[in-house]
Design a protein around this ligand. Structure first.
Ligand SMILES: Cc1cc2nc3c(=O)[nH]c(=O)nc-3n(C[C@H](O)[C@H](O)[C@H](O)COP(=O)(O)O)c2cc1C
Length: 311
């Protein structure tokens, strides 16, 4: 793919290979690893605007950032313009450069609340949300899907309206809400969105190899790609697409675990890091056995033994 920097409003990224918001995974340690491996941007997992507004305790961890994040990106989900404006202007989000509005989350708890992918069917509410976020003076972007019902795309119309409301980049997960995470993404719809608007369009969906990234860029004309599960299983995918040598996984995984242990304490990190390790161990020889070891590990020493055996 054509690796190039992108202008998103007043911000300029180092390149056009981005890493997605991933609930339960894209914490400060994962994002630091992604930036160090060369990602142009890496988004924090979705944060409930209401949760921030009502000062839910978990948000301190979710809003943690590191110096590696030369552009800091938070993603919010919500639909209430007043709440979104208040939290966008609040101290807790003051260090973020980009606020992304989630218009893609399919899970019933979010969707049935009129948030996430439900906004695709309520573009006027999404417009108000973007306008509200813009009042913070930050760069506002939107991550969306094609529509709610499979085959009934609203993507072009919705993306145009988001641009009209002031969004400065669209990331298109080229699947429908009802598809959740399966099925082939629709390249033609992404191409149509790219042709319809004048802000950067980032393709997302099903990129697990360099070839997938090349194909997505070629078929859609998008300005960049966003990696999700591909980076979760193998963050060195960023290096592979960039065409630069990757550090070995042993060092990466140890570093990521150590960062978490320093922040959360060893015992909590051992539990917290299990799901990430399960991703890294996919496809590794004896992965199942090693996963069992991870799930009973109580110290960094035990974790490191598994990491040494796996990579
Ligand atoms: C575990 C998991 C958590 C996710 N969390 C978020 C999230 O917080 N915000 C969001 O916009 N998308 C979220 N997504 C969707 C991804 O960002 C991405 O759009 C989707 O996985 C499609 O890309 P892929 O096929 O390359 O995985 C999540 C996906 C997964 C698998």
């Amino acid at each position: 793919m054509n690796v190039k920097s992108l202008c998103i409003g007043r911000l300029t990224t180092k390149n056009n290979i981005f890493v997605a918001p991933l609930a339960g995974y894209s914490d400060f340690a994962f994002r630091k690893i992604c930036y160090e491996l060369g990602a142009g941007l890496a988004f924090g997992e979705m944060i409930s605007a209401k949760g921030l507004y009502y000062k839910n305790e978990n948000t301190a961890f979710l809003t943690e950032t590191t110096d590696a994040e030369y552009i800091k990106c938070a993603q919010l989900f919500g639909s209430d313009a007043e709440i979104l404006e208040t939290v966008a202007k609040s101290r807790v989000l003051s260090k973020f450069d980009i606020l992304d509005l989630n218009c893609g989350c399919p899970v019933p708890k979010v969707y049935n609340n009129g948030e996430g992918s439900a906004l695709l069917a309520r573009p006027e509410v999404a417009e108000q949300a973007v306008r509200a976020l813009k009042k913070s003076g930050k760069v506002v972007t939107v991550k969306m899907r094609l529509g709610v019902v499979t085959g009934e795309s609203v993507a072009v119309e919705f993306a145009k309206r988001m641009e009209g409301a002031g969004a400065e980049m669209i990331t298109l997960h080229a699947r429908y809400r009802n598809d959740y995470y399966s099925g082939e993404p629709d390249f033609a719809e992404c191409e149509a969105v790219k042709k319809a608007i004048n802000i950067p369009v980032i393709f997302n969906g099903g990129i697990f190899t360099k070839e997938d990234a090349d194909r997505a860029m070629e078929r859609t004309g998008a300005d960049g790609v966003m990696l999700a599960r591909g980076a979760l299983y193998d963050p060195t995918l960023i290096c592979k697409i960039l065409g630069v040598p990757a550090p070995n996984m042993k060092d990466i995984v140890k570093r990521q675990f150590t960062m978490l242990a320093e922040r959360l304490g060893e015992a909590v990190a051992c539990v917290n890091f299990r799901k990430q390790m399960a991703c890294y161990l996919k496809g590794v020889r004896d992965g199942k056995k090693l996963k069992e070891k991870v799930f009973s590990a109580k110290t960094a020493y035990e974790y490191f033994e598994v990491i040494d055996a796996a990579f």
